[in-house]
Every structure is written in C-alpha cells, then in structure tokens.
Design a protein around this ligand. Structure first.
Ligand SMILES: Nc1ncnc2c1ncn2[C@@H]1O[C@H](COP(=O)(O)OP(=O)(O)OP(=O)(O)O)[C@@H](O)[C@H]1O
Ligand SMILES: [Mg+2]
Length: 360
C-alpha cells in the first residue's frame, strides 16, 4: 500500500512555509482561483517523479524572491514509514532523498511512488501531436519497469549523437559511412527493446481503454485505438538502413521509436477532428483510469491519483460516476481540487465517501 500522510513545503511557489496533513484516503483541496490548489498537487508530483508536472525548469517553482525550495513528504509504503525529500539548492542543484539517503540517479526513483495525474491541459494527449502520446506511454512504462526508462534515456542519447552526426555531415559534406553504421547498431538495441515493450503493453492496454470509454459514454461508439510504429512491419536495423538516404538529405533520423504514435479514430475520422468536448474528456478519463488500473495490478497497490479541476464541463451524473470510480472502486489515495467546496461536499456525501477537506 502507498499512502502520503503529510507534506511540508518551503519556498515552493506560493508557499513560504506550510505543512498539510492527509489523515484520510480521499482529500479534497478547495479554494478560490490562484490560492495554491494545483501547487499542492504539483508538490506531490515532485515527490513521485522528482520533477514538476508542468515544467522541466525547476527554478520557476522557487518562490519569487527566494532561492531554492524544499518539499518533504511522509509516506507509508507497504506498512513502512519513509520520508522523501526533494531539495533545490540555492546553487540550482537538485537533490532527492529517501530517509536521508540520496539517489545517485533520479531515474532510480521513478516507479517507487506510482502516480497518475488528470489535469485540464491533459486534453493535449488527445488533441496534440504524437510526442504527447509517446510521453504518456513512456510515463506509464517507466513506472512499471526501471529498465524501460534506462533504455529510453540511452536511446535518446544515441539518437542525439546520430542527429548531430547527420547535421555535421550535411554542413561539411564529409560523410563517414562506417561511423554511421556504428551509431545504427548502438541505436538498435534500445530502440528494439522499447518497441517490443510498447507493443506488448499497448496490446493489453488499448482494448481496456476502449471498454472503459464505452462504459463512461454509456453507449457504443466506433472508437478505435491503434499503436502505430514503422517497426511493426520492418525490423529496426533494416529500417535505419532503408532510410539512410532520406536521413542524409534531411540531416536527422527520420525513423525509429521516436516517431511512434497511437492513432485514435471515431468511425473513419480522426477522433480529435470530430469528438465533442465531453467525448474528449471521457476518452482522457478512460486512458488515465486504465493507466491507474494497470499500475495497480502490476505494483499490487494503487498509485496516488491527482485530479486537478476535473469537474469543469462535466454534468452532475458524470461527476458522480467519475467520483464513484476513483474514490470507491479504486482503493488508492486520491487528491481532488475544486473551486467549489459545496459541490464536492455534496457529491462525496451523496456517495457516502469519507473525505478530508482542506480549505485554502
Ligand atoms: N514561483 C512562484 N512564486 C510565488 N508564487 C507563485 C510561483 N508560482 C506560482 N505562484 C502563485 O501560485 C498561485 C497559483 O497557484 P495554483 O495554480 O496552485 O492555484 P489554484 O488554486 O490551482 O488556482 P485555479 O483555481 O485557478 O486553478 C498564483 O497566485 C501564482 O502567482
Ligand atoms: Mg489550479
């Protein structure tokens, strides 16, 4: 079991020095716009992923006028208490410690506290470009398997080397065919590893998303979700060989797992072109809740779920269905923000959910 009992924030965004206790499994965080609801969720995200959900730059999360921040969380993991601390030093150096022991590599922490977030901007997962969907798959698989993240980091490093090789070759006109072959061999191993992990995981994952979507929509819709990768037809080595000329011409690696996607269609049309806002939101929930279920099944305990402003544009019935799914059917810890204290209280009471209310 995974449970966050308390959090302390120092110079983190709008919090100068503040602690919160979470004595119950379901926590509702209420307050007006700009009071710091999302900031609490982001601090929890830091403790789970060693970084912000919103930005890769740590410095912008330091309270204006201050230098450095500190986030401390008291977790219970499989009946053991442990303290996780994330510090951004005045020098800009970041540290992450469990019970005062620092990690050598932050990537080693990923998956220890599995976590799923649903936030308003997540609609880009459906409406945005393929990199959004790859990031989603990567976040899921990295939490399931530390080797996946290791191979992904390696792949990106070699990909960068290959791209700068191609760029230099284009600029100077001198081309070392042998060196490119070496890079190709180096890229193949992590590339093929990631491909097979994605293929196998999505084979199980996508039909579940579809089923859940139908359940949320409460009617049959012709939704199709497919993993799309050139590696499905062609082995990676062959693919790199075949795209050499094009790669040279464009001075970048045009094929590989960094181009994978999930195609989503409603009938014969791309989902993003024709789906209504409600349909998009239903699909987003289906993706995220399936992610939650998969993580829970693999870890043997439920991830922490962070729900930021999810009620906007949902009718009362859908809010109720969603809350029942995440607060009753799911046995993990859930943090929910809302500007409307009465709304969330009424829904929770109607469902008989015992919850802790934080008013900012
Ligand atoms: N680095 C920072 N230093 C100081 N204050 C910050 C920093 N970053 C963000 N803030 C403040 O945090 C507040 C926003 O907090 P947050 O996004 O958590 O609000 P919220 O309660 O989720 O609001 P909403 O209901 O609009 O989503 C703003 O007042 C913003 O000025
Ligand atoms: Mg917010």
């Amino acid at each position: 079991m995974l449970y966050l009992k308390a959090i302390s924030l120092l110079q983190f965004k709008n919090y100068t020095n503040r602690s919160f206790e979470f004595p119950k499994k379901v926590v509702a965080i209420c307050g007006k716009n700009g009071m710091g609801k999302t900031n609490i969720l982001d601090a929890i995200h830091y403790l789970c992923f060693t970084k912000s959900y919103f930005s890769n730059t740590d410095a912008i999360n330091v309270q204006q006028g201050a230098r450095g921040f500190r986030i401390e969380g008291l977790f219970t993991l499989n009946s053991q208490d442990e303290t996780a601390v994330c510090i951004l030093r005045e020098t800009g150096k970041k540290e992450f410690l469990i019970d005062a022991a620092p990690y050598d590599k932050f990537s080693m922490h990923i998956g220890r506290y599995p976590c799923v977030v649903i936030a308003p901007d997540d609609a880009v997962l459906i409406t945005g470009g393929s990199e959004e969907r790859r990031a989603f798959i990567d976040a899921l698989l990295s939490q399931l398997d530390p080797e996946y993240l290791k191979q992904l980091i390696l792949y990106n490093k070699i990909l960068q080397q290959r791209n700068s090789f191609l760029k230099t070759a284009a600029e100077t006109g001198s081309f070392d065919e042998e060196l490119l072959s070496v890079l190709d061999v180096q890229l193949q191993a992590p590339g093929s590893f990631i491909f097979s992990k994605r293929r196998d995981a999505l084979l199980a994952f996508l039909p579940k998303v579809k089923r859940l979507y139908t359940e949320i929509a409460q009617q049959e819709e012709y939704l199709s979700l497919l993993y799309e990768s050139r590696l499905l037809e062609t082995e990676f080595g062959e693919l790199l060989q075949a795209s050499r000329q094009k790669d040279n011409l464009l001075a970048r690696t045009t094929n590989g797992i960094h181009r994978d996607d999930i195609t989503i269609q409603l009938g014969a049309q791309p989902f993003k072109n024709i789906a209504s806002q409600g349909q998009r939101k239903s699909l987003l929930f289906a993706l995220k809740i399936t992610e939650l279920e998969l993580l829970a099944a693999e870890k043997k305990f439920s991830p922490v779920l962070l729900l930021d402003d999810v009620f906007e544009k949902l009718d009362e019935e859908r809010i109720s269905n969603l809350l029942a799914k995440v607060c009753i059917e799911n046995d993990g810890q859930v943090f929910i923000t809302d500007t409307n204290k009465e709304r969330i209280t009424q829904h929770m009471q109607a469902l008989g959910v015992d919850f802790h209310l934080i008013e900012l």
